[in-house]
Every structure is written in C-alpha cells, then in structure tokens.
Design a protein around this ligand. Structure first.
Ligand SMILES: [Zn+2]
Length: 438
C-alpha cells in the first residue's frame, strides 16, 4: 500500500491536459502538494491517504489563472466609476494613491483581494503594484499563489536598469523557499516609462529568464500619442527596443493591428485580455478572433477592481466568449472548451508556468477547484465546458486547493475571516472619504 497526503474521490475530472480528457470513476492522488496520478476507482485500495475528499457529484478542474491584476486597488472599488481611463487615472486614482497608499494599505487591500480571488476560484494571479513584499505577505497568509511585481513608473529614466535588476534579484533570493511566490519585472506602460526603462528591462528579462509584465495598447489615446512621439504603433515601438526578445505578458492589447499581432507570432510572449475593464472604461474591444487565428497565447486578466469592479474571472470569461461571438457575428467562435483553456492551461503558459500549473496532470501542483453541481443552475449537465463557461457562478465553487492544501473548504476561507476583511475595508473607506472631502 502506498501512502499519500490527500485523495480526491469521485466526481468528473476536467483535466485540460493535451488531449482535453474528461475522466470519470477515478480518484486523484496528491502528495507533497503535487498530483501523483488520476487512477480508476478499482485501484483505490492500493492507497492510504491522510485526507479523503469526496467529490461525488462535483466537477474537479484546474484552478483559474488571472494573468493581470492590481490587488491593492480593492479599496477603490466603485469610488470613481463611469469615467474615461485618462480622467480616472489622473484625477482620482493617482492622487489618491499618492496620499493614501502606504505599505499597510497595500497589505490590507491585498488580503481583501486574495480572499475575493480564492472565492472566485483563482489560484494564481499575476500582479503589478507598489510594495510588492506586502502583497506577497498577504498572499502567503491567504494561501494564494502569486507573481508580484513592482510597477516601474519612470518617464525620464536614462539608466541601465541595474536598480530594477537588484530589486527583483533581492526579492527572489528572500523568497526562495516560498513556493507560492514569484517575481516579475513590470514597466507600467509606454506612457509612464522611458524607452530606456523598456530596453533595460527587456535585456534583463531575457538574460535572467524573468517574466516581463506590462500594459500595452489599452486606449486610442495611447496609440495616437505613441504614433506622434515615436512614429510607430505601441508594439512596433516596444519591438524596436528589443522587448519581444523577452518573455512578456502584455495586458489589454485592445488596439493592436494585424502587423503588430504578426510580431507576436514569432515571440514567446502572451496577451492578457481584460474585457470587463476595457468595456467599463470604454477603452475598446481586443481583436481576439485575429489573435486566436494566429494561434497566439491569449489568457484572461481581471485588471484591478477599481475598473472591473470585481474579481469574478468566470464571469469575465463568459462575457468575453459571448461578446466576441456577437461582434464577429459568429456563434461558433471560441467554443466553451477553448474558452475554458484561456482560464487554465493558456494562463499557465502565458506566465511561463505550464510545466507546473494549468491542468490536472501527474507531476503538476494540485491547484484545483471542486465545483458543486447539485444545484438548479448546473443541471442537467450535458457538457462540463458549457456549464463552466455559460452557466456556473462562482458561488458553486465548493473547495479550492492550492499546492494540495485547502484555502477554501465548503465555501469558507481556510486562513482568513471574511467579517474581519469587511470591517477593515470599511475602516479604509472612511479614511478614503475623509481624504476626498479635504
Ligand atoms: Zn492594469
């Protein structure tokens, strides 16, 4: 008899492996945080586990991967809605950030986001903000996997990037033993960083094998300003600085031309589309059909809740799938299985984590969701992908495991108290309102 930490028995395993296998009458063996195997139930007697999870009547899926977020912005939810991006950033978000965003603010607001993400089935998020150590601390406490990055805002920078390199290296060294945490380089955007920021970050990312995370081509204004300043479109400009040599995640990519998308075909870089944020700020709609026709690596990002306004990434995926069917007058575009891949294996690939995450396969981390199907909204069930993309709500996610550990069990967070998080959010709301009234 073999010993292991956890067995998940019964249910339907939506593996998202290369054959997109859906396995029934099986059990999953988990040991030391990783999936050992998914075996037929008649072999169950061969294993003894410390914990047995019954998933009968449930779907077991890979955890959702959020490829673009700003966790500490949760306290700005609903604060300044219904504005264009430029006004929203310059008149509200940036002044408030300058006055209020301390290390403690970042920790508290990140903890709130970590809880909200877990409740929405997110098991890894690729974040960009300030005070990244506090974001990492919040995620470790919540049990959430995270790639943090310090947003670089340096319009007049002319150096060689050594200070950016030192900060990332320092972080990686300090968190070497924290399997949940990684760090990327994050020039904020072409309108907040000089060309030297991008060229030095690209060189560092390429040399060190680090991920480069940046905003790109979010609004028509960004495109117009870039054409005026550099005589090139945003991605052509970044390509001329060597950025496409590195492994990048470009958030938004709303206004990319066919020629710019072609540049991505030969790169290892990925696109994080942020549909809800782009719709709400009326930034536009990313050319998803063209991206997928070119077989680009596309994944889903929530962006921050100040522009979303929640972290329900399943809703985000559903909106994305339906929106692009409608605007292309093509109901066959982005079928549910392909859509679900954007939230799982394509998300892992976008972040360079596909060897460890994104599907339920032997050797990968046990980052997974157990989703209850015994409810009106999920029945009858003909096709698991259809239920996942078009019917389910996050409230049907019963359990969330990250590296084989429960971070949510029976709908209850394992490491955080929701009532505490809500009262802390309200305390910060009072501080924000006070600041705004001055
Ligand atoms: Zn963003």
């Amino acid at each position: 008899m073999s010993h292991c930490d956890t067995i998940i028995k019964g249910g339907t395993f939506v593996t998202m492996d290369p054959e997109f296998r859906i396995l029934k009458e099986r059990f999953m063996v988990i040991d030391r945080g990783r999936i050992v195997d998914i075996l037929p139930l008649d072999k169950l007697d061969l294993f003894q586990s410390k914990e047995l999870i019954d998933a009968t009547g449930c779907l077991v899926t890979p955890g959702f991967i959020n490829t673009h977020s700003h966790m500490p912005m949760s306290y700005f939810r609903g604060l300044a809605d219904d504005l264009p991006l430029d006004t929203w950033l310059k008149d509200y978000i940036w002044p408030l950030e300058a006055k209020l965003v301390s290390s403690d603010f970042v920790y508290a607001a990140s903890l709130h986001s970590a809880a909200e993400m877990i409740k929405n089935g997110i098991t890894l998020t690729n974040d960009m903000y300030f005070h990244k150590e506090r974001i990492a601390e919040a995620c470790i406490r919540a049990g959430l996997r995270v790639i943090v990055s310090e947003a670089i805002i340096a319009p007049n920078y002319s150096g060689d990037g050594h200070e950016f390199a030192e900060k990332v290296q320092e972080f990686k060294d300090a968190y070497r033993d924290q399997a949940l945490v990684d760090c990327a380089l994050a020039p904020h955007a072409i309108y907040t960083c000089s060309s030297e920021v991008y060229s030095s970050c690209a060189r560092l990312a390429f040399d060190q094998g680090w991920l480069l995370h940046t905003h790109l081509s979010e609004t028509p204004k960004e495109l117009e300003d870039c054409l005026k300043a550099h005589g090139k479109r945003p991605l052509e400009y970044l390509a001329s600085l060597g950025v496409l040599e590195a492994k990048c995640v470009f958030a938004h990519c709303v206004w990319l031309s066919g020629k710019e998308l072609e540049l991505l075909e030969d790169s290892q870089s990925a696109i994080s589309i942020c549909t809800d944020s782009n719709l709400k700020l009326a930034s536009g709609i990313a050319p998803l059909k063209d991206m997928l026709k070119r077989k680009l690596n596309v994944a889903i990002g929530t962006d921050g809740v100040a522009s979303n306004n929640n972290l329900d990434i399943l809703e985000e995926l559903s909106t994305t799938a339906k929106l692009h069917k409608a605007i292309n007058s093509d109901p066959e575009f982005l079928p549910a299985r392909q859509a679900f891949a954007l939230l799982t294996i394509e998300g892992a690939r976008a972040l360079g984590k596909e060897q460890d995450l994104g599907s339920l396969e032997a050797g990968k981390y046990a980052d997974l969701l157990i989703i209850d199907l015994q409810n009106l909204q999920s029945q009858p069930l003909y096709n698991p992908y259809s239920v996942l993309v078009y019917a389910l709500g996050a409230q049907q996610i019963r359990d969330v495991l990250i590296a084989g550990e429960f971070v949510m069990k029976d709908g209850k967070l394992s490491h955080l108290d929701e009532a505490d998080l809500i009262s802390t959010a309200q305390e910060y709301q009072s501080k924000i309102l006070k600041e705004l009234s001055q």
